[in-house]
Design a protein around this ligand. Sequence first.
Ligand SMILES: NC(=O)c1ccc[n+]([C@@H]2O[C@H](COP(=O)([O-])OP(=O)(O)OC[C@H]3O[C@@H](n4cnc5c(N)ncnc54)[C@H](O)[C@@H]3O)[C@@H](O)[C@H]2O)c1
Length: 252
Amino acid sequence: MKYKGKVALITAGGRGIGQAVAEELAKGGAAIALNDVEEARLTEAASHLRRHGPKVTTHPGSVMDEAFVKKMVADAVAEHGKIDLLLNNAGGAPPGAAWGEFTKLSLDDIRGFMELNFFSQVMVLKAVLPGMLDRGYGKVVCVSSISAVLGQEGGSHYAAGKMALHALVSSVGKEVARKGVNINGVILGNPPHPSRTKERQNYLDKMSHMDRVGDFAEFGKALSFLLSDDASYMSGTMMTVDGGLVAPRLNE
Ligand SMILES: NC(=O)c1ccc[n+]([C@@H]2O[C@H](COP(=O)([O-])OP(=O)(O)OC[C@H]3O[C@@H](n4cnc5c(N)ncnc54)[C@H](O)[C@@H]3O)[C@@H](O)[C@H]2O)c1
């Protein structure tokens, strides 16, 4: 019951990484305020979490919408009394914005990716942080990608949006570290994704040192560690969870 008495806000938690972290936290006794833009998916994920016992509230809407973000945080605080833990998780491809080589991308494509992968996390952090600072307690994890550190052909806007998070985490992490709030981030590599082709998955698996895709439960455990008091001496840093993918093999 590592998280008993804690309240966690998880964005984009209807499936994937967010759902896996919510599962770990709920198993450990945390109450959960769960967000996703897909309402049916959110409802199903929340009912799955409730079997662990703690209170779970749902907050359907897009974290790209500033008015919604303010309302989501106000509603979560009204229903749970506080937010102790934040998984700032929403990211990926926003609706209507294309992937592609830099010369072919429109400024709107680039803005869209920056809005989802950087600015949505800025808005959520801005809305949550004052309450954490008032209470002198908070743990935040912002979710980035190996694309930020490796670069990604056809995904320069995704990589740039994620890399901006690293600077946000290290800078704001410094500002709040003496005030009881730990802000850290994660660089994720090779979790499963429903849009990935089998060929692409095989390619990524071979790049990892384990020759396999990561299991969502493995990501859930690693990320929930950063949201626990076991990570109390970690601040402003990015933790890599990628099966070794960013580290080149020197032999073979
Ligand atoms: N899966 C990967 O391959 C991978 C790799 C590296 C990093 N990441 C990062 O991990 C995070 C989670 O990735 P995932 O693969 O679990 O995501 P996903 O694509 O499976 O989506 C998870 C959920 O996010 C929701 N969502 C999308 N836009 C939203 C919005 N604007 N507001 C609220 N909810 C929204 C979707 O409805 C979905 O249920 C993202 O930041 C992603 O960039 C993922």
